[in-house]
Ligand binder design. Structure first.
Ligand code: GGG
Length: 353
């Protein structure tokens, strides 16, 4: 029996509710599929932990996580702790330390969900490959002359050849397995060093993938293209910031940010990869039991796929989509009135059918 060591960090706000449902789904998948088991390490890290200790995770937190095959994360951030402190205290160090340089975010309209565009599930089905450890989120910068009229803030974008090339290659390989179409999100007309470099590396790597049809689009124009012609999109490769923004737009196209999953992957499997819903902790909804668990459940499905049990991943995905298609159990963000637990239970029941 294969046993997977999973570190579970529900984090803050609705993270706790949705990860709870995700864990129940994982248990059902294990029971129905058979042949694998989980060993969970439950880690109560996040803003509450910060309020008690002054840290989002213990000093040896990354060492503790390293001993796992995957990390299942809910959400980070809560009033009382500045957002940049919570993000840089937990989520971003994990991505960087474990070289999770691919952030994979499927933008797929599930059956039964209307979405804000007049498009069907066959029209919205693409993937954004976001560079996840450098670029605009490299954390390099500084403040000077604070509190004076001359105050300045610098935030440096770091694009390395190594980091840029590897994310491009990953995106080309993914496109090869799909419809062989890849769009690179750029802004090289204004960002005359970083994005000119990004374009140059993209065009160089493209020479090794002549079978993949490529397009280079400025990120502002690409945002409009998402809305107007999603059916023409297959795979998008984007820098850290552009990918973050584009995938929030994509999640709205999916009908709700509550649905969207994300996988932070170290493709070499040298370190644990991390799976999370795209949404944050939503303090306004926290504790009400109405958060949509689908993003977290879909992330659990992506985790099983990554761990090497694609049939169990598909069992979860199909059940999830059967529930949205039926439309009987939906949370408030999708126009329903079901609770987080009711949606989770409906998905587990579908898995058993
Ligand atoms: N689900 C994890 C979470 O809380 N994400 C909120 C967030 O601000 N994420 C930023 C990012 O993905 O870079």
């Amino acid at each position: 029996m294969r046993k997977y060591k999973i570190a579970v960090i529900p984090g803050d706000g609705i993270g706790v509710d949705v990860i709870n449902e995700g864990l129940k789904i994982l248990e059902t998948a294990k029971e129905l599929h058979g042949g694998f088991d989980f060993e969970y390490t439950h880690l109560p890290w996040g803003c509450e932990y910060y309020k008690k200790t002054g840290r989002m995770m213990p000093e040896d937190g990354l060492r503790i996580l390293k001993d796992h095959e995957a990390i299942y994360l809910g959400a980070v951030g809560f009033p009382g702790v500045p957002d940049h402190v919570s993000l840089w205290g937990l989520l971003l160090p994990i991505r960087k330390e474990f070289d999770e340089y691919i952030n994979l975010r499927p933008i797929k309209l599930l059956k039964g969900i209307q979405g804000p565009l007049r498009k069907g599930p066959e029209d919205i089905d693409f993937v954004v490959v976001r560079e996840n450890v450098e670029g605009e989120y490299s954390g390099v910068g500084g403040l000077a002359y604070q509190g004076t009229a001359s105050e300045i803030a610098l935030q440096t974008n770091v694009f390395t050849r190594f980091g840029t090339e590897r994310v491009m290659r990953y995106a080309f390989e993914l496109a090869r397995k799909r419809k062989k179409k890849l769009i690179s999100a750029t802004k090289s007309n204004a960002l005359n060093y970083s994005m000119v470099f990004w374009d140059r590396v993209f065009n160089e790597v493209a020479k090794d993938y002549q079978d993949v049809q490529t397009q280079v689009m400025h990120v502002d124009a690409l945002s409009g293209y998402f809305i107007l012609h999603p059916e023409r999109i297959d795979v998008v490769v984007a820098s850290n910031l552009f990918g973050d923004i584009l995938t929030d737009l994509g999640s709205a196209m999916q009908g709700s940010i509550g649905i969207a999953p994300g996988a932070n992957i170290n493709p070499e499997r040298k370190y644990p990869s991390m799976f999370e819903p795209v949404h944050g902790s939503a303090p306004d909804v926290a504790g009400k039991g109405i958060a949509n668990p689908i993003g977290a459940i879909w992330a659990a499905s992506m985790m099983l796929d990554f761990l090497g049990v694609p049939e169990a991943a598909k069992l979860i995905f199909d059940a999830m989509e059967a529930v949205t298609e039926e439309g009987k159990y939906l949370t408030v963000d999708l126009g329903g009135n079901s609770t987080t637990q009711e949606v989770g239970e409906a998905i587990r029941n579908k898995m058993r059918e």
